[in-house]
Design a protein around this ligand. Structure first.
Ligand SMILES: [Zn+2]
Length: 345
C-alpha cells in the first residue's frame, strides 16, 4: 500500500508531461522486473554480450549521492548506502558494519566537501586497498561553511548588514571547515555531481560505459528541466529572504537569486537564544514571510519562533533522508519549489 501511495504522490508531485512519461516508464520497468525476475533468468545463448553482467559493488554514503549513483548505474550494479535514510548525516558515527561493507566493496561514492567527516577513518579501518573512491563534488567550489554570510553580507551588498553574524560561531563548535557541503540542492551543481560519478565509473568499469553514459544523460536532462522550472517560477520573487532550520540551501538560494538565512548550521545543534535573536533581527531588517522547517525536526522552538515572529511555517526538504528511488530527488525538489513560492509570495 505504501509504495502505491508513494507512487501516487510521485505522480501528483510532477508537473511536466515528460516527467510523467518517465515515471510511467519507471513503473513499467519496475513491474516488468517483478514479472520477469531477471536475476533468476539464465542468459540466453542468442545474447552473449556481457554488458549487463554484474558491475562493481558500489557503496554510497548518504541519500543524495545514493540517488545520483543509482541513476547512473541503473540495473548494471549493486548500490548500497552507508547512512540509511533517517539516520542523522552531519554527525554520523561509522559502525563496524560500515567497515565490513566497505571491505567488500569495489567503489565508494561520497558527496565530499567535508560532509562525510567520518569517512577517512572508516576507509582506513576497512583495509580494502582495492577500493576506488569517487568524490561527486570534485571541481565544485564550496561556499563559506559558516552560513554563507560572507557571500551576501559583504560581496553583493558591500556593507555590514550582517555584522551581528561575525561572532556567533564562538557560541558553538560546529562548522564545515571545507565549506558548505549542500551542493546537491542546487539542480545545476547536482548535474556536475552526476557527471563526476559517471566519468569515474566509466574509468573504473569501462565495460559498462555506454550504460553509464545514457543513464546519466537521461538524469541530467531531468535536472536541466528542473533547473528551468526553478528559474522560471522563482524569477518573479528575486531577492526574497527566507529562513530555514539548518544551513542547507545557500547554493539553491544563490542560483535563483534568493537570500537564505538559517537558524542553526547543522540539525544537531540546539537552538540558542542568540540564534533566535539573530533571526529576529533579520526578520526585522528584511521582509521575511516564512520559516522553512524540515521533515523530522523535533525542536518546538521552531514553531515558537514562527509564531513569535509572525512567520508562516512551511516545510522544505534537504534530501538528507527520504526514498531511495532516484526519482525521489525530483519529487522532493518540486515540493521545495512550491514551499519557496509560498514563502516568497
Ligand atoms: Zn545538512
Amino acid at each position: 500500500m505504501s509504495s502505491m501511495n508513494q507512487y501516487l504522490s510521485l505522480v501528483h508531485g510532477l508537473r511536466s508531461k515528460a516527467s510523467l512519461q518517465r515515471i510511467f516508464i519507471t513503473a513499467f520497468t519496475f513491474l516488468s522486473a517483478i514479472a520477469c525476475s531477471p536475476e533468476t533468468t539464465p542468459p540466453t545463448s542468442s545474447d552473449p554480450t556481457p554488458e549487463t553482467s554484474s558491475g562493481p559493488k558500489i557503496v554510497t554514503t548518504f541519500l543524495p549521492v545514493h540517488l545520483f549513483t543509482k541513476a547512473v548505474v541503473g540495473e548494471t550494479g549493486q548500490v548500497d548506502i552507508l547512512i540509511s535514510p533517517g539516520n542523522e548525516v552531519h554527525d554520523y558515527q561509522a559502525t563496524p558494519e560500515d567497515a565490513k561493507l566497505l571491505a567488500q566493496a569495489d567503489v565508494l561514492v561520497e558527496n565530499g566537501l567535508g560532509m562525510e567527516a567520518f569517512l577517512s577513518d572508516l576507509v582506513a579501518n576497512a583495509g580494502n586497498s582495492e577500493l576506488q573512491q569517487i568524490d561527486s563534488s570534485k571541481g565544485i567550489e564550496a561556499m563559506d561553511g559558516e552560513h554563507g554570510h560572507d557571500e551576501h553580507g559583504h560581496d553583493e551588498h558591500g556593507h555590514d548588514e550582517h555584522k551581528h553574524d561575525e561572532h556567533k560561531h564562538d557560541e558553538h563548535g560546529h562548522h564545515h571547515p571545507e565549506g558548505n557541503p549542500h551542493v546537491w540542492l542546487d539542480p545545476v551543481l547536482a548535474q556536475q555531481q552526476v557527471a563526476n560519478i559517471r566519468d569515474r565509473l566509466i574509468e573504473i568499469d569501462p565495460d559498462n560505459a555506454d550504460s553509464y553514459r545514457s543513464n546519466a544523460q537521461a538524469y541530467i536532462e531531468q535536472l536541466q528541466q528542473l533547473d528551468s522550472e526553478f528559474k522560471e517560477k522563482l524569477a518573479p520573487v528575486q531577492g526574497c529572504n527566507f529562513i530555514t532550520f539548518h544551513d542547507a540551501f545557500p547554493y539553491l538560494a544563490q542560483r535563483y537569486g534568493l537570500e537564505q538565512e538559517a537558524i542553526v548550521e547543522i540539525p544537531e545543534e540546539s537552538i540558542t537564544p542568540q540564534n533566535i535573536q539573530r533571526i529576529k533581527q533579520i526578520t526585522e531588517e528584511h521582509s521575511v514571510k516564512a520559516l522553512l522547517t524540515e521533515p523530522g525536526i523535533k525542536d518546538k522552538r521552531v514553531e515558537q519562533i514562527s509564531s513569535d515572529l509572525n512567520l508562516s511555517l512551511e516545510e522544505i526538504n534537504p534530501l538528507e533522508a527520504g526514498e531511495t528511488d532516484p526519482q525521489y530527488y525530483f519529487v522532493a525538489m518540486q515540493g521545495n519549489l512550491e514551499a519557496l513560492l509560498r514563502a516568497c509570495q
